[in-house]
Design a protein around this ligand. Structure first.
Ligand code: TYD
Length: 218
C-alpha cells in the first residue's frame, strides 16, 4: 500500500481536471469526492472554482453574479468572466500544474462558451477566441461533464434552499441551451471529455470518474 503511494509521488505530473455541467448538477459533491480519492493515492490536489480561485477573481465573481447588476450587457459579462479566468490561470492554475499538482476546477472556459456563447447568444467561437488571451494555450487534461436534466437541476437547487444567483435566476430555456452546448462541446472532442448522467448514485459517478482519471493521470 505504502509502496503504491510512493510510486504515485515519484511519477506525478501536474494536470488540470475540470468539472462542468448546468446549475445543480452536483459538481461540488463530485469535486470533493474525487479530490479526496486522489489525495489518498498520494497526489497533491488543489481544488478551485470559476469564477474565482484567486482573491481578485473572487471579487469579480461577487460583481458578475450579483442580481443587483441585472441585466448585465452580454459582452461585459463575457469579459468579466474572462478577466477573472486570466488571473486564475496565471496566478493559481499554471503555477500549481508546474509544481506537479493536480488542479480540480469547478467550472472553466466551457462555462463561458455555454453560458455567454450559446445561451447569451454571443457565439461559441467568438467566446472561445475571447478566452484565448486568458488561457494562452492551457487546455484541461480532462473535462467531466455532469449532464443533468434542466428540471431535475431546478428541484435539487430548490430542495437545498439555495437562493438563485443572477445566472440561476434565468429561465428554463436558458438552462436547456446551456446544457445542450455542453453536450455539443463534449461530442466534438470525446478524448478530452467524460460525460456522465448526473442522476446516477453519487458513488457510481465518482467511481467512473476515478477510472478515467487513472488513465489520464498515468
Ligand atoms: P456557481 O455558484 O459556481 O454555480 P454552480 O454551483 O451551478 O456551479 O455560479 C457560477 C455561475 O456562473 C453559474 O451559473 C455559471 C456561471 N458562469 C458563466 O456564466 N460563465 C462562466 O465563464 C463561468 C465560469 C460561470
Amino acid at each position: 500500500m505504502l509502496g503504491t503511494v510512493e510510486r504515485v509521488n515519484e511519477t506525478a505530473r501536474g494536470a488540470l481536471i475540470v468539472f462542468e455541467g448546468g446549475d445543480g448538477a452536483g459538481k461540488s459533491t463530485q469535486v470533493q469526492a474525487v479530490a479526496r480519492a486522489l489525495e489518498f493515492q498520494g497526489r497533491t490536489v488543489k481544488r478551485t472554482r470559476e469564477p474565482g480561485g484567486t482573491p481578485l477573481a473572487e471579487s469579480v465573481r461577487g460583481l458578475v453574479l450579483d442580481p443587483a447588476h441585472a441585466p448585465v450587457d452580454a459582452d461585459t459579462e463575457a469579459l468579466l468572466f474572462a478577466s477573472a479566468r486570466a488571473d486564475h490561470v496565471n496566478r493559481f492554475i499554471r503555477p500549481a500544474i508546474e509544481r506537479g499538482e493536480v488542479v480540480i476546477s469547478d467550472r472553466f472556459v466551457d462555462s463561458s462558451v455555454a453560458y455567454q456563447g450559446a445561451a447569451r447568444g454571443l457565439g461559441l467561437e467568438h467566446v472561445q477566441e475571447l478566452n484565448e488571451w486568458a488561457l494562452r494555450g492551457l487546455t484541461p487534461d480532462l473535462t467531466v461533464l455532469l449532464d443533468v436534466d434542466t428540471s431535475v437541476a431546478e428541484s435539487r437547487r430548490t430542495d437545498r434552499g439555495l437562493a438563485a444567483d443572477r445566472m440561476e435566476g434565468e429561465d428554463r430555456d436558458f438552462h436547456t441551451v446551456v446544457n445542450q452546448a455542453f453536450r455539443d462541446l463534449a461530442a466534438a472532442a470525446p478524448e478530452r471529455y467524460l460525460v456522465l448522467a448526473a442522476d446516477q448514485p453519487i458513488e457510481v459517478v465518482t467511481d467512473k470518474i476515478l477510472d478515467r482519471l487513472a488513465e489520464v493521470l498515468s
